[in-house]
Design a protein around this ligand. Structure first.
Ligand SMILES: Cc1cc2nc3c(=O)[nH]c(=O)nc-3n(C[C@H](O)[C@H](O)[C@H](O)COP(=O)(O)O)c2cc1C
Length: 311
């Protein structure tokens, strides 16, 4: 079944964040306002070798449609094999190529952001994905460049390769995660092509989302770290709210907790503690709350503690 993404009014996407955006988290942002979710980066090599852990990472939650799987790699033949494997998995609506990862292990494999140093190669890889894939969407997630900013060239190469849309993190690889995000450079990329562009980088509030839309001219946004401990940011942007009422926060936290139990079983209680620490940051009596949940191992007692604190 084909699931169309309507870019005409702009969409909100959850950025892939390895180690954070697991199915329960993706499910909760999806329910409360994100239009599009991505898997964490999946190594094309690991897919080729049918790694069990990799298949676990691809799993999507039931309401997570449309859903895009992001792959990383640089070897055309391996990429082709990885795409053929994804072709046999139902429920995936698109394949995204990672052209932004800055970590040395990925760079040494000439993948991730190092593809921005060789745009013809990047283009060839995207073309291979597009030609091999039986999914509705092909996309790429890029930075502004490796050391220098070349947003127009990158966007044009992606468009020429046939992507249906692309996401741009407004920093170079050299800018890592700290340099100031250059929204004007994202605007230059947008002006150079006619495909939809998702603007990404440091969107942490409803006001910032408005600012980024205005400066970049992009209708669609992608949010990563701004959603961790704060998944209601999607609800806020969708509903044009400066503040979210407490009852909605409680509803979202409980929904996330239930999703963790469903996905991880009883282990979900312990894993959820780190989320509760972030959710409670800055709220009155947060340290007492953290102390008291640290030893809770019972599902219902934990739910009662959460309800009492966020009520
Ligand atoms: C912990 C962490 C993990 C990330 N994992 C991925 C990933 O798997 N794939 C990817 O394309 N980008 C990844 N990114 C980059 C984010 O998707 C995003 O582009 C970047 O964090 C900037 O957006 P933000 O300020 O909204 O977080 C990761 C970033 C962080 C901090």
């Amino acid at each position: 079944m084909i699931h169309e993404i309507d870019f005409s009014q702009g969409i909100l996407a959850l950025a892939p964040l390895a180690g954070f955006t697991d199915p329960p988290f993706r499910s909760v942002v999806k329910k409360f306002g994100a239009d599009l979710t991505f898997s964490e980066m999946i190594s094309s090599n690991a897919l080729k070798y049918h790694s069990a852990k990799t298949f676990e990472m691809i799993k999507k939650s039931p309401q997570e449609t449309p859903y895009i799987v992001q792959i990383a790699g640089s070897d055309i033949e391996v990429i082709k094999e990885a795409v053929l494997i994804l072709n046999d998995i139902e429920g995936i609506d698109g394949i995204d190529l990672n052209c932004g990862c800055p970590v040395p292990k990925i760079i040494s494999q000439e993948a991730g952001s190092s593809l921005l140093l060789d745009l013809p190669k990047m283009q060839k890889i995207i073309e291979t994905i597009k030609q091999t894939s039986n999914k509705r969407y092909t996309s790429a997630k890029v930075r502004l460049g490796f050391n220098t900013k070349i947003p127009e060239e990158i966007a044009k190469a992606c468009e020429a390769a046939g992507v249906d849309f692309m996401s741009i993190h407004g920093r170079t690889r050299a800018g890592a995660y700290k340099a100031e995000v250059d929204y004007e450079a994202i605007a230059r990329a947008r002006e150079a092509v006619s495909i939809p562009i998702l603007a990404n980088g440091d969107i942490t509030s409803y006001e910032k989302a408005l600012h980024v839309k205005e400066v970049t001219g992009c209708k669609s946004l992608m949010i990563g770290r701004g959603a961790v401990g704060n998944p209601w940011i999607f609800y806020q942007i969708k509903n044009e709210l400066l503040h979210v009422e407490k009852s909605k926060i409680l509803e979202i936290v409980i929904e996330h907790y239930n999703g963790m139990l469903e996905f991880y079983g009883n282990r979900g209680i312990a894993i959820f503690r780190k989320h509760l620490h972030t959710y409670s940051k800055g709220l009155p009596n947060a340290s007492e709350f953290r102390n008291s949940i640290n030893c809770v191992e019972n599902e219902d007692i934990m739910r009662d503690e959460i309800t009492a604190f966020f009520k």
